[in-house]
Ligand binder design. Structure first.
Ligand code: F6R
Length: 614
């Protein structure tokens, strides 16, 4: 996610801000910018690419010395990584400068309103709508903090905002909803930032802002209110982490941090996907509905974890759209002369958007005149650029090499696509689509619940430090979850692990079952055909042969109790949504085991985050 810093105090704000941006580089970004207030005016510089580009620009065209400044590293969501789309965004008449982290869901409506009033926009971002709106309210004579509260009350979605006003050289105002914001409390100087790493070199005293709060900051005062202007409670704390831990918000690994970010990441994937009439919209999907109605086959192409997300998606897409859906490993795709026609829809899943195997597959598909939709987490990456359309997952940068939030958000984005196709083609009634969307939207707190109850899985890992092999079983969408659980163990704990469809056991793999071998079994929710009961039988089969059964089953499912040596409860969700909760304990098990074995969880041996060679 974007990095944000603001400073007010006696130092040269430009330098404090650039130093803060550098310390947030670890978050990943694709452009950066800084604005200062001096002599009654806002001055700013912003550049696509690395902070070095911004610094070179600042050296060539220095900003004035000033005690008030804001800075931003952007991870593109709405609009590609360009100079114009970089933050800060400046309102008409250069009155306010604003930086933003998050997604403003209703930006299109606000933008249309402002454009109708004659405001000229200079970027494709959702942020600029907030900047222009704030500038308009402030220019009409409203105090900056009051204006910020008014703007926040009009915004929908997730945001951290920080703004400065050209006429107030010592004051910045920030706000947050569903996106982090901390205030760094200095001696005669204060900071705001998206995380403490941005100001840790200057102060270790911080205040964490709560949901829907606005903070009004000068060098000597910090006033926190809610969006209605009432005084609000805050959470002061002292930072005890070193810089490396601060970058990871106190976690030992980026992977663990990213596992814990999943409720927010899934919520962000789902943000802004509705029209005012309640129908589903996919803004980035520039393929006419008429063409989507002609699609007679879907082929999902991806690698590794993304491939497993595709395997999950197949079940939902076929069920909702009645279009045949194949899922193919990208590196195999073009070598088998796949049957692709103009009416084939190829969907690629890629967190990085740079995976060479996937890129080659889409090039091949487009040569055969198929339409290609990319589901991607990286705005402006090669795969979305070379596709006909893209759905961004908005998960924020994934830094740990092992993909975690990438998987969950790819599944969520595929579900959006499946429901959208069902809407366009009329294969589901509107109320059915709304019901699934409502359930999808209710998953982030359930994922959080799983995260809150992970202690037993961490304990469990301690029992398997010397284990040589672990098996995973699942059926239906639980099967790709089993594959993903096994992949996580292989790649970070260097442990032999295999995932199988539970029904396939008796056709061979059951020969692997020996006394004491741990087998994770993902049990489908009860009440779905005979699926649940079949898996319960599979648990008995392996247990009878000496396996140690580690069972993931939904709350209230007591049929599994007699056969589970270890039992983890999952929140109740429908079958198709179960991967969103069931994958999380498996990710954590791998992370914990690799940590206990002393391995580098974020940089496992032989692996790279972005695989740009075939
Ligand atoms: C596994 C993992 C890899 C990637 C795969 C595709 O944890 O990270 O299997 O999922 O290399 O990468 P993207 O999604 O960037 O195309």
């Amino acid at each position: 996610m974007c990095g944000i810093i603001g400073y007010t105090g006696p130092r040269v704000a430009r330098d404090v801000v650039v130093a803060g941006l550098r310390r947030m580089e670890y978050r990943g970004y694709d452009s950066a910018g800084v604005a200062v207030v001096a002599d009654g005016a806002i001055s700013y510089r912003k550049k696509a690419g690395k902070i070095a580009n911004l610094v070179a620009d600042l050296e060539a065209n220095p900003l004035p010395d000033s005690g008030l400044g804001i800075g931003h590293t952007r991870w593109a969501t709405h609009g590609g990584p360009t100079d114009e789309n970089a933050h800060p965004h400046i309102s008409a008449g250069d009155r306010v400068a604003l930086i933003h982290n998050g997604i403003i869901e209703n930006f299109a409506i606000l933008r249309a309103e402002l454009e109708a009033e004659g405001v000229v926009f200079h970027s494709e971002t959702d942020t600029e709508a907030a900047a222009q709106l704030l500038g308009r309210v402030v220019s009409a004579g409203t105090d900056l903090a009051d204006a910020m509260r008014m703007v926040c009350n009009r915004l929908e979605g997730a945001f951290t905002l920080v703004a400065v006003d050209a006429s107030e050289p010592h004051r910045l105002v920030a706000a947050r909803r569903n996106s982090p914001l901390v205030v760094g409390v200095g001696d005669g100087e204060n900071f705001v930032a998206s995380d403490v790493s941005a100001f840790i070199e200057f102060t270790r005293f911080a205040i964490e802002l709560g949901q829907d709060q606005v903070v009004d900051v000068t060098a000597d005062s910090i006033i926190v209110t809610d969006f209605a202007g009432n005084p609000a409670e805050t959470h002061p704390f002292e930072v005890t982490w070193d810089l490396s831990a601060a970058e990871k918000s106190g976690y030992d690994w980026f992977m663990r941090k990213e596992i814990y970010e999943q409720p927010r990441a899934v919520a962000d994937t789902l943000l802004g996907r509705f029209n005012p009439d309640g129908s589903l919209k996919l803004d980035e999907l520039h393929i006419p509905e008429s063409e989507l109605r002609l699609v007679d086959k879907i082929v999902i192409v991806a690698c590794g974890t993304a491939y497993y997300a595709g395997l999950v998606a197949k079940y939902a897409i076929e069920h909702w759209t009645r279009i045949a859906c194949e899922v193919e490993i990208a590196s195999e795709f073009r070598y088998r002369d796949p049957i692709i026609t103009r009416s084939t829809l190829v969907v690629t899943l890629s967190q990085s958007g740079e995976t060479a195997d996937t890129l080659m597959a889409i090039r091949h598909a487009r040569e055969q005149h198929a339409k290609v939709i990319a589901i991607c987490n990286t705005n402006g990456a090669t795969i979305p650029r070379e596709s006909d359309a893209v759905i961004y997952t908005h998960a924020g940068p994934e830094i740990g090499v092992a993909s975690t939030k990438g998987f969950l958000t790819q599944v969520a984005a595929c579900y959006l696509l499946g429901l959208y196709l069902a809407q366009v083609r009329g294969t589901m009634y509107d109320d059915e689509i709304h019901a699934v969307m409502a359930e999808l939207a209710s998953t982030p707190p359930l994922i959080q619940k799983v995260l809150d109850e992970l202690d037993p899985i961490k304990e469990l890992a301690k029992r398997f430090i010397d284990q040589k092999s672990v098996l995973f079983l699942g059926r239906h969408v639980g099967y790709p979850v089993a594959l993903e659980g096994a992949l996580k163990l292989k790649e970070i704990a260097y442990l032999h692990a295999e995932g199988f469809p539970a029904g396939e056991l008796k056709h061979g793999p059951i020969a692997l079952v020996e006394e004491g071998i741990p087998i994770f079994i993902i049990v489908p929710p009860q009440g779905r055909d005979q699926l649940h009961d079949k898996v319960v039988s599979n648990i008995q089969e392996v247990r009878a042969r000496g396996a140690l059964t580690i069972v993931l089953a939904e709350e209230g499912d007591h049929e599994v109790d007699p056969y589970a040596d270890v039992l983890f409860r999952l929140p109740k969700v429908s079958t198709l949504l179960q991967p969103l909760v069931a994958t999380v304990p498996l990710q954590m098990f791998a992370c914990e085991l690799a940590t206990l074995k002393g391995y580098d969880v974020d940089q496992p041996r032989n692996l790279a985050k972005s695989v740009t060679v075939e």
